[in-house]
Design a protein. Structure first.
Length: 286
């Protein structure tokens, strides 16, 4: 079996007739199946916003695949404790950390608690987000703009900054963006801007960490039914939420979580700087 890293070596001359024979490849191609259970066995994952919605679905799926979990969340302690309970029932460890990650000190603390409790950090999922629906740029206050960027972008920088010294070769960082980063949103201008920033952050960080063999990718969900939606929009929009997607419905958090599992596991060992789009069929070309 060819080991990762061997691909950098110059391959000897190949003498084959089209279309070629597997048995004559030098070095041989690795076609062995990637394990499809316990994909994250022995791994430790820190998931921000892992108390509910997409973060919770991801935390549960990671735990089901063998990972121990740390969840950093803002204030929804009831949700966080329920998620923790469900993970522990799977036989995995789970710690929850309450704190506002728009403050750098809390980002640092979330990483330190992870190391103190579980001694390592293999997977980082930056997932927290807030948004407010506002009609017109002129109505977005400076306070809201700063809060949106501090929560949705600055926290990603800060948590990652403090996580990196603890992450080793084979580590994975996954950032949650949004379909709005690609198509925009007339009433979520500041939110959409943060999600675009996350894509650029992902691509740049991926290039920065290639030599360290830490992969960085993103997921850009479309309309997904989460508590943030229910707490943001009016009754009419909630009733129709997701109906304008090509699949004519909103997605569920557990339909997005497999994208995070794929990017966290060895299934995506040749993928970095990329973005997956579980969005109900919208073509975004990104």
């Amino acid at each position: 079996m060819q080991k990762q890293g061997d691909e950098k070596k110059l391959r000897p001359k190949q003498e084959q007739n089209r279309p070629g024979k597997e048995s004559k490849l030098n070095p041989e191609a690795d076609t062995s199946p990637v394990p499809q259970i316990n994909k994250l066995l022995g791994k430790v994952a820190l998931i921000t916003g892992g108390d509910s919605g997409i973060g919770k679905a991801t935390a549960l799926l990671f735990a089901e695949n063998g990972a121990d979990i740390v969840i950093a969340y803002l204030s929804e302690s009831e949700d966080a404790k329920e998620t923790q309970k469900e993970i522990k029932e799977m036989g995995r460890k789970c710690y929850i950390i309450k704190g506002d990650l728009s403050k750098e000190s809390n980002c640092k603390r979330a990483v330190q608690v992870t190391i103190d409790k579980l001694s390592k950090l293999d997977i980082l999922v930056n997932n927290i987000a807030l948004h407010w629906e506002i009609e017109g740029l002129e109505n977005i206050s400076t306070d809201q703009l700063v809060r949106t960027f501090s929560n949705n972008v600055f926290s990603y920088f800060w948590v990652t900054k403090y996580a990196l010294p603890h992450m080793k070769e084979g580590g994975s960082i996954i950032n949650t963006s949004s379909v709005t980063a690609y198509r925009g949103s007339a009433k979520l201008i500041d939110y959409s801007a943060t999600k675009g920033a996350i894509i650029s952050f992902t691509r740049s960080l991926a290039q920065s960490l290639v030599e360290k063999k830490i992969r960085v990718n993103a997921v850009a969900p479309g309309p997904i039914w989460t508590p943030l939606i229910a707490s943001t929009f009016d009754d009419e929009k909630i009733a129709k939420f997701g109906s304008d997607a090509p699949m004519e419905r909103a997605g569920q958090p557990n339909e997005v979580a497999p994208s995070f599992l794929f990017l966290a596991s060895d299934d995506s060992s040749y993928i970095t700087g990329q973005c997956l789009h579980p969005n109900g069929g919208e073509i975004v070309n990104g």
